[in-house]
Design a protein around this ligand. Sequence first.
Ligand SMILES: [Zn+2]
Length: 372
Amino acid sequence: MSVKLSEITGLIEKVAPKNIAENWDNVGLQVGSSRQLIERIVLTLDVTADVVKEAVEKKADLIIAHHPFIFHGLKTLAADNEKGQLITMLIKNDIALYVAHTNLDKAENGLNDFLAQLLGLADRQTLEPSNPENFVKLVVYTPQEATDKIIDAFGKHGAGSIGDYDYCSYRSSGIGTFRPRPGANPYIGEIDAITSVDEDRIEAIVPRNSLKQLLIQLKNSHPYEEMAYDIIPLENGAFINQRGLGKIGWLKKPMRSVDFIDYVKKTLNLKALRAAGKMPATIQRVAVCSGAGADLIGLAKAKKADVLITGDLKYHDGQRAQENNFWVIDAGHFGTEKCVVDCFKQIIQAGLPENCPEILTAASSQDYISNY
Ligand SMILES: [Zn+2]
């Protein structure tokens, strides 16, 4: 059985909306069509020649990758260079390519949360919250017989979603007045006569980016010719936002730092890791940032982490850690991000029937860096 590509990418974008990706990034569908039917997916961190060959051999219809394959503007698709060759190979074999990068890094339940969970961190918070969702309070006044219809339209179109609850609204009752002017076609009342009506005031919190669509739907559901409503800006977004880079949380029990090194190696399946700065005696509060997160050393220390686990640590990042009296573990860019395939798998499988489509992990996706 096959599934439309847009259904699969829709599941990913529900967790990791494209609009939270960094401005310099390039995410989304890079090759293929969202209408394409997909029977077999290959998941990978990077798109390499080996991964494309593997996808062809395994007769996959879709590659889902973390790192963008098409990053900067392509000037040619000529097969004289590797990029052109691989794109040609994908197109000839009807293989689509989809990328979720910094949007997945920053998603509340994205890669960093997956990594933090893998390391057994509880009470996870975002290390560097960003992209606060903008909320407004929408208040709509309606004759009481239409209240249920309006509340239903609120809930159906994303208003009143708070954590694990939706359809959250509040209503109060009062009397509304109005005078229809000549030319009006009132639902209740006469032209030029002031009319009083028992009305409900219905209010709910709405993400600002859903507001326009919601207002269109509400106007369709509302019996009045002119729907009276208020839009009130809210500050909630800055407080409930859990999008952003990195996560910070707690190990169930404190661990000796020397044991923690073994624990990280074992959990992330690493032959070796590097560390810099001052090693504390024990570790319990742990910050993680997949990929290259040395910029978060200061923030991890300020949030009282005992260690930051990241990748791509440079010599002077180590110096900064030392000067800050803080411990950083470099588990490698690949080491902290290879779990992205399992993260993708979890997101896709949660929304689709079992084994439909078939999901494979690219065996040929390897670390570019070797430790000897
Ligand atoms: Zn990366």
